[in-house]
Design a protein around this ligand. Sequence first.
Ligand code: TEU
Ligand code: CA
Length: 537
Amino acid sequence: MERKWWQNAVIYQIYPRSFQDSNGDGIGDLQGIIQRLPYLGRLGIDAIWLSPVYKSPQVDNGYDISDYQDIDPMFGSIDDMQQLIDEAKKYNIHIIMDLVLNHSSNKHKWFEEARKSKDNPYHDYYVWRDGKEGVLPNDMHAAFGGSAWEWVPEVGQYYFHQFAPEQPDLNWENPKVRRAIYDMILWWMDRGVGGFRLDVIDQIAKEPDRKITQNGPRLHEFIREMSRETFQKGNLITVGEAWGATPELAKLYSNPDGSEFSMVFQFEHIGLDQQEGKEKWDLSPLPFLKLKQVFSRWQTSLYNCGWNSLFWNNHDLPRIVSRWGNDGKYRVQSAKMLAMLLHGMQGTPYIYQGEELGMTNVRYRIEDYRDLETLDVYRERLEAGYDKAEIMKSIYAKSRDNARTPMQWDDTKNAGFSTGIPWIRVNDNYSEINAASQVDDPDSVFACYQKLISLRKEYPVFIEGQFRLLLEEDANIFAYERVSESQQLTVVCNFFDKIVPVRDICEDKDKKLLLCNYKEVEENAILRPYEARIYLK
Ligand code: TEU
Ligand code: CA
């Protein structure tokens, strides 16, 4: 298999506004990230996925872009951005920019022109429908609540927005829009970025008259054109966010011929702990056997014909140690187990800021939440008569702000994140959970991630080995093997807080223990709470 650099790589996602503040305004920024490059170099990651830092009114924390080729002053300047790209290279770290191409901000000059009149040259950069005020084109809903249609009296039309009204959908049917986007991507490539993450990319070929949002008929045509016109001119990593992806579609998205992307983020595992056909707020216990089946299907489906991304967390998701691990007595063991389980699989692993420390969810008063999606659901469900305690239970479990509390650097004020007042409250547990207390501790969660990153570089079987699920029906253990011509990995994880028997998997004397999340293996025949082991043969 001709290997690409990103197949050996481990990617670290930074949510800039919560990572490191360098000028005391309580908001993380680019100079703060530059200050923390030595920490990221020590962790051993190969690239940073940077959530948006472009000019933006910040309605959706930067996922509403008003200038794709300039940096919002709250994060710094375009010179700071270039400095980060150049400085990161000294640590062999590529910078991956987050491209939000499904929609722009309503403050983008394109939209400000487009809304002036129907014959404005930018009008068809967006998706408009004639209508009468109060008579919606159809009953489509937006992801952040309310109708997907917004009335503009000046033109006597509605525009389409899959997200907030301040995030009007771009019209990809218009070749001028596509050309402007490709020129912008090439501009970033010329500045030396190492790749792109493409926000909700499977929603760009929308057809609202047929109520199509994901996987529209022209989607792969648009993606292939964009790839030809831009990505294929460089040696980039490209990862598309595709909530509607299936393994079959992922074979197109991550075709080794490079015709579309390197890989996609698919979310089948992420949706498992919500009630069927409902929203993420409608909680349901994790079906563990199904989790194993989902991972196994994605691993086997893409083997030798595509490529997986591997992730538990991102800036939209609750923190995995609270979600499917144990953020109390077994926080360290379960955080390590989840890391070992994921990093032993085939694909490119993504570490979300703070995941490498075992950072946890929060339980704030509603006044302390900042995310519009959280505040929308609180208001909507209160108005709909839901019990307030039930609403807060959903918010504690699934609010995106769980991932957006400031990075916990040390046990000084504001966890060393800012000398000012942080834009969002720091998690109260920062004095126990922080980088300073872990970077020199060989038994820390941080050290476990460092080890996993180095093992991936040392043993080719992590990259090449064929995945096979073991103990498929075991209700407590997630075990699999990875087999290449010369090596074999066996990964065995107890997913729960109790002692469980493990049959002969660990008995094989030819297997060398590469990593365990307890100080040592006492008894081969059992796994302690959240115990995980990686063997090499
Ligand atoms: O997220 C896409 C998306 O669908 C998520 O908003 C998801 O539906 C939600 O988080 C589940 O609770 C991307 C970005 O990652 C997200 O931060 C943006 O808000 C969204 O697109 C709009 O750009
Ligand atoms: Ca700042």
